[in-house]
Write a protein that binds this ligand. Sequence first.
Ligand SMILES: Cc1cc2nc3c(=O)[nH]c(=O)nc-3n(C[C@H](O)[C@H](O)[C@H](O)COP(=O)(O)OP(=O)(O)OC[C@H]3O[C@@H](n4cnc5c(N)ncnc54)[C@H](O)[C@@H]3O)c2cc1C
Length: 357
Amino acid sequence: MLLLEAGSLGGGASGACAGRAQICEGPRGAHMDLVLAGLARLEALEAELDAPFEWRRLGNLVLIEHERHWQPWVEQIAYLQQRGVMAAMLDPADLAAAEPLLRGDRFRGAAWCLEGHLNPLKLIRAYAVAARRLGARLRPHTPATGFQVTGGRVTGVKTAAGLLSAGAVLVTAGAWTGDLLAAAGGHLPVQFTHAEALISEPLPPLLHHHIGLADFYETIHTAERAVSIGVAQQMSGALLVTEAVQRTRTIHRTNSGWGIPALARDLLTKISSKPFDHEFIKEKIALTNAAFNIENGTELVDQISRSLLPYSAEKQPIYLLLKDGRKITLENSENQILSSYINQPNTKYILSFPREI
Ligand SMILES: Cc1cc2nc3c(=O)[nH]c(=O)nc-3n(C[C@H](O)[C@H](O)[C@H](O)COP(=O)(O)OP(=O)(O)OC[C@H]3O[C@@H](n4cnc5c(N)ncnc54)[C@H](O)[C@@H]3O)c2cc1C
């Protein structure tokens, strides 16, 4: 088996996702059968692949703000319980006990369910190591540029280095699949949005769940631009805050001027004030500077806080000052904070990825 990857392994959405083994919002029936089978598989996968990927069981909280979401979630939770999943509806008092840092005044309650969580880049690396061990050849930085079609069948894949013949070709190019298949005369309408997320410096334990909002899908799939907060604390201590979403017709990896400030604003005003209040952050500045080998943690945090006011990317550029003197503006920084977090913690902060819908 040969795998061609245009960029680095895990360089697409999979390496940048929030790492949830999602159960909570799973549709009923065959889909839930697959979800539960996947979960059972994940329980044993670290041993099978012989590589750790930070697998753990983690509760998911769906925060319910609007009354119209309450009853559908009561029904979904009853269904999950029937399927043997640990799940419950939480009233505001339960919610405050479960996550003391959340804003208690805003939510009618929450739907809770015990899910799974992992580090997606480490999972990909674990699969890659196991695949190589079993004889697969993986070729990163080798984009497929087209296909050889003989008698109506795909018999080869074109690359810059030449044609590779193949008995069978499987295209799993995520958001890029539509464009790639068009090269073989295929038509698969793939739609996508552009998603941006924010990752904090490692912080002491703050959150005990992955936390999202009940109106996530209706928010991000109905507007040209939308923010819906999802947040969880990674094993490293970093908070991964997803996501600011914008419709797009082209896949690109630049950050918008509005996305990150909008995420910071919603995290502060809608979800919680405490983890990011000024005093708390001041305490963490030194940690930030040390962890990411930068000098301007204070400026960065101040700038992000200032973005609660009307924000102009041109007038108020937010930049990272690296210790070697180079500057990276948030607007121009590229993606891959998660991989840079692992490999090069002093270079990039922000990730933005296409997300298929
Ligand atoms: C911010 C965010 C958070 C998410 N959180 C979760 C979550 O918590 N749980 C969950 O289950 N899902 C989550 N998702 C969704 C999930 O990440 C995606 O559904 C999934 O990763 C898609 O996987 P994929 O393999 O189809 O695409 P990708 O992971 O994007 O892989 C496609 C690959 O194809 C490569 N490629 C493109 N063109 C070519 C070419 N011509 N030749 C060779 N290679 C090519 C790309 O470089 C890319 O690496 C999240 C998504 C986002 C954006």
